[in-house]
Design a binder for this molecule. Sequence first.
Ligand SMILES: Cc1cc2nc3c(=O)[nH]c(=O)nc-3n(C[C@H](O)[C@H](O)[C@H](O)COP(=O)(O)O)c2cc1C
Length: 378
Amino acid sequence: MQENDQRTARNPLHNDNPLKIGVFCQNLSGGACITLAEGTLSGDWSEQLEVARAADAAGWEFLIPIGRWRGYGGASDHHGRSLEVFTWAAGVAASTKQIHVFATAHVPIFHPLLAAKQGATIDQISNGRFGINVVAGWNAPELAMFGISQLPHDERYVAAEEWVTIVKRLWTEEANLDFQGKYYSMESGELRPKPISQPYPTLISAGQSTVGIEFAAKHMDFTFQAHADLEELRSLVVRARELAHREHHRKLGVLTYSMVVCRDTEKEAQDYVRYYVDEQGDWVAAQNVIDGFVAGDTRSLPREVLEGMQRSMVAGWGGVPLVGTAEQIVDKLQDLHRIGVDGVAMTWVNYGEGIAQFNEEILPLMEEAGLRSPRPAT
Ligand SMILES: Cc1cc2nc3c(=O)[nH]c(=O)nc-3n(C[C@H](O)[C@H](O)[C@H](O)COP(=O)(O)O)c2cc1C
C-alpha cells in the first residue's frame, strides 16, 4: 500500500475491522469444493447477485472470483462453467452498495491497456470499490486456448512487472504513455477517465514462489496466500510482509481463503465433511487441479502424501479449514488474525445457506471477540 493512499473512504478493504471477510470463488461451478454433494454453485449468473448482496448488506469487505477459462473434468466437471471475471465484476459492482469487487487478469491474455481501461471503467461503476488479482501465468492448457505458450516460470514475473508498471502509469499519469519494454510497447497510450480510486484500484497477486512473493512485495497492495497448515501460512505471511518492508519500504496486506462448515456440534460438522469430501468428493478432478498446481509428477509421491493433497483440494482448494461450531470457527479466525492475516475469503458447499448462517451465528461472535466492529443497526 502506498504512503499517499486515499482509498480508505470508499474502499472497505481499508476500513478499521481487524479481520476483513470476503467471498471466494463464487463465479464458477463448484466454487472451491471439488464434490458431487448437493447444493454447490452452478456457475450461472442467476445465483450471483443473491450471494453478492447477502455479503454486501451485512457489511462484508470483498468478493474475489477466479479467472478461469476451462474446467478440470472429473464427474463434477469442476469449474466447467464459469463467468468471465471483468464482466462479472461490472455486473456485481452495479448491483451492490459498499462491498469491494475484484476481477482477475491473466497477464499473457489481457493487454495492459485493456485491463487498465476495463479496470478504470469498473472502478467508476463501483465508485472506487474495484481491484485486480494479477496472475502472471499458470495453467498452460488455458493459455493454449488463446494460442499462447507460457513463458518460463520466473520470466513470467518479469513480463508481469512491465505489465503492472504500464497499468499503474495509465491509471495515474495525465500525459499519454509512450513505453518501450521487452514484452510491451505503447505509443501514446491514452486512458480517460481515470479510476476514482486514488492512487489506483486495489492490486493483489497470489504467487507463492520466491519470485511470486517478490512481485507482490514490490508491486501489490495485498498478497493472497493460502495453506491448509496454519504454521506454513504464518511463515508465508511473515516472509511476504518482511520482504515488502525491508526491500521496498512498503506495507503489504495479506488475504487468505478458507472453507467453512459450521454446525451445532463439532461432530455434526465433521460428519458433513466426511459426506462432501470422503463420500461425494471428486478425486479425479482434484488430481487434475493438483497436476496444474504442482510442478513434476505428483503420482510418484508416497500414497498418504498424495491422498492428503487430494483431500485438502477436495475439501476447499487447500485453504485453512474452518470446521466446527460457531465458537470454534471464531477461535480459528482469531488464530488467522494473530498470524497476521488481514482478510479471509470464504467458500462453502452451499454459498447461500453458508453466508446466511455466517451472518446470523458467526458475525456476532466475531464482534464480541473484537475481530469486527458492531454493525450499525438497519
Ligand atoms: C488464493 C489464490 C488465488 C488464485 N487465483 C487465480 C485465478 O483466479 N486464476 C488463475 O489462473 N490463477 C490463480 N491463482 C494462481 C496464482 O496466481 C499463481 O499463478 C500460482 O499460485 C503459481 O504462482 P507461483 O508459481 O508464483 O507460486 C491463484 C492462486 C492462489 C493461491
